[in-house]
Write a protein that binds this ligand. Structure first.
Ligand SMILES: Cc1cc2nc3c(=O)[nH]c(=O)nc-3n(C[C@H](O)[C@H](O)[C@H](O)COP(=O)(O)O)c2cc1C
Length: 220
């Protein structure tokens, strides 16, 4: 099948877009508002976009509290969501008034950012401390109504890692068991069983690709 997104006439019972672009990492955005009220919400329109310098992006459908706080206060955090934090993460997505602290309603404790003025989730395996760089209002967005799509691009200025997840000098994804957001109401977990390591491809003297080997332990 093929469909043009302008009419969105996919003919399916649910829009497949989010099920196609999967798995998406979940940025659990911790921020504070201008009155000092902490805020926490999961965003799966989230990803790392550079490691030199370190930058992340997250996107809000309609102008939500996290976007407002990040624009006003500049500082925010992204806690990594692992399997054991699923319920708290899901609870923190509840639609509540902006003066409600979602850390509290989700039964979570806070840890203060070392560099930024924003809390992250105590007990998470890793958290990025970020500073707002730019907001992009996607076409059709309207700040007067708050309708549309607002994208924040931010500089990662500090990284917290729980030392117990550093094994043999590596951040051990297998034991962290990060959650990925799939389409519909689905989630996936990255664990030991679905991680594999491969070398980058090599070309022989005739310019043809050689078979790709299992990873030989050298980073390229
Ligand atoms: C796993 C998950 C991922 C989500 N991803 C997004 C997202 O990328 N963009 C968005 O606008 N809302 C997303 N939401 C919904 C927000 O978390 C929800 O609207 C929340 O109330 C926003 O809180 P805030 O107003 O404090 O920022 C997601 C919810 C869940 C459970």
């Amino acid at each position: 099948m093929f469909y043009k997104t302008e009419q969105n006439n996919h003919g399916l019972s649910h829009d497949p877009f989010k099920a196609i672009v999967t798995p998406r990492p979940i940025g659990w955005i911790g921020s504070i508002d201008i009155n000092g009220v902490p805020n926490l919400a999961p965003y799966s329109y989230f990803n790392a976009i550079s490691d030199n310098p370190y930058f992340v992006v997250f996107g809000s459908i309609n102008y939500k509290d996290s976007i407002k706080n990040c624009e006003e206060n500049k500082d925010f955090t992204c806690s990594l969501v692992s399997e054991n934090l699923f319920n708290a993460m899901n609870n923190s997505s509840a639609t509540v008034e902006s003066d409600v602290d979602e850390f509290n309603i989700s039964g979570l404790k806070k840890e203060n950012g070392r560099i930024v003025n924003a809390p992250f989730v105590k007990g998470c395996s890793a958290a990025l401390e970020c500073q707002h760089w730019k907001t992009i209002d996607l076409p059709g967005s309207d700040r007067t109504t708050g309708q549309g799509s607002f994208i924040i691009i931010a500089h990662v200025v500090g990284i917290y890692i729980d030392d117990k997840y550093i094994i043999n000098g590596r951040f051990d994804t297998a034991s962290v068991r990060p959650l990925g957001r799939l389409g519909y109401m689905d989630y996936g977990v990255i664990g030991k069983k679905n991680i594999f390591s491969k070398n980058r491809p090599k070309v022989n003297q005739h310019g043809n690709l050689k078979d790709v080997d299992d990873w030989d332990g050298i980073y390229r």
